[in-house]
Design a protein around this ligand. Structure first.
Ligand code: OAD
Length: 244
């Protein structure tokens, strides 16, 4: 692992032990060891499309079937994925703290499957489907939808219940996430490239409030400079070391 193992790990462990209120921000990297592809790493491409050209309202308007093909591919990958040691370590941490908020950018549902309780989903949920006409929303857990694009009972075209580029985050969710970061002593940012806003903006908010920030990521990110401690390694290895 690329960090000053014993010293950095010991510091991060002692901060985590001392804090009563902790917020955690997760990104795609925490699910990488479960076999779910991240967005910006080498395996992020699908049929030569960049995800920025698929995860937009414009792409959906242009070609809803293509966008649904991509979501079917992702649903299939996620349906067989199991939570890893990183997800499980966060479940253990939640049981030990009086205040614990898990803020995730992930839509894969692996935090719930692992057993985390207080979760704020900034970018929605891949198992949700929403009508573009009447806004009805329903859960469909079939790994791959047989008829795409799907339609609502009202006849409207249905879309994935996720947030796309250029769309606002649900106000209640980002407000609660901001509040949780402000009222926590510590923010742990795990497996995020920290470049997609407003999610990434939670890190400078924590710093501006004088909170301690720990980063866990194999690579350097814009969060690394801000963090009080940056642990460069895989979440599935580092998180269990921090919470046991
Ligand atoms: P990215 O794909 O941008 O970044 C994944 C991060 O995880 C990278 O910084 C990797 O270095 C890191 N990583 C890879 N393997 C890891 C491991 N085993 N342990 C820890 N970290 C690891 O994913 P996000 O930051 O989640 O939004 O991307 C943010 C948003 O961009 C996504 O929620 C999605 C995308 O557009 C929407 O779809 C709205």
């Amino acid at each position: 692992m690329g960090f000053d193992t014993n010293e950095d790990l010991a510091r991060a462990r002692s901060w985590i032990q001392a804090a009563d209120a902790i917020a955690v921000l997760t990104g795609a990297g925490i699910s990488a060891e479960s076999g779910v592809p991240t967005f910006r790493d080498a395996d992020g491409l699908w049929r030569n499309f960049r995800f920025e050209d698929l995860a937009t309202p414009e792409a959906f308007e242009r070609d809803p079937k293509l966008v649904w093909d991509w979501y079917n591919f992702r649903r299939e990958r996620i349906a067989t994925a199991q939570p890893n040691r990183g997800h499980k370590a966060l479940v253990a941490l939640e049981t030990r703290k009086s205040e614990f908020t898990l803020i995730t950018q992930n839509v894969d549902g692996l935090h719930e499957l692992a057993g985390s309780k207080n979760i704020l989903k900034l970018h929605g949920d891949i198992w949700l489907v929403r009508c573009t006409k009447c806004a009805a929303e329903w859960v469909d857990r079939r790994p791959s939808l047989p008829e795409i694009p799907p339609h609502c009972l009202c006849g409207g075209l249905a879309r994935p219940g996720v947030v796309w580029f250029g769309e606002p985050l649900p106000k209640r969710v980002i407000d609660e996430a901001t509040q949780a970061v402000k009222s926590s002593q510590l923010l742990i940012a795990v497996g995020t490239s920290a470049i997609v806003y407003p999610a990434a903006g939670l890190i400078p908010i924590a710093k501006a409030q004088g909170r301690t920030v720990i980063e866990i990521n194999p690579d350097e990110t814009p969060c690394s400079d801000m963090a009080d401690c940056s642990l460069h390694g895989p979440a599935g290895e580092i998180l269990p070391l921090l919470v046991t």
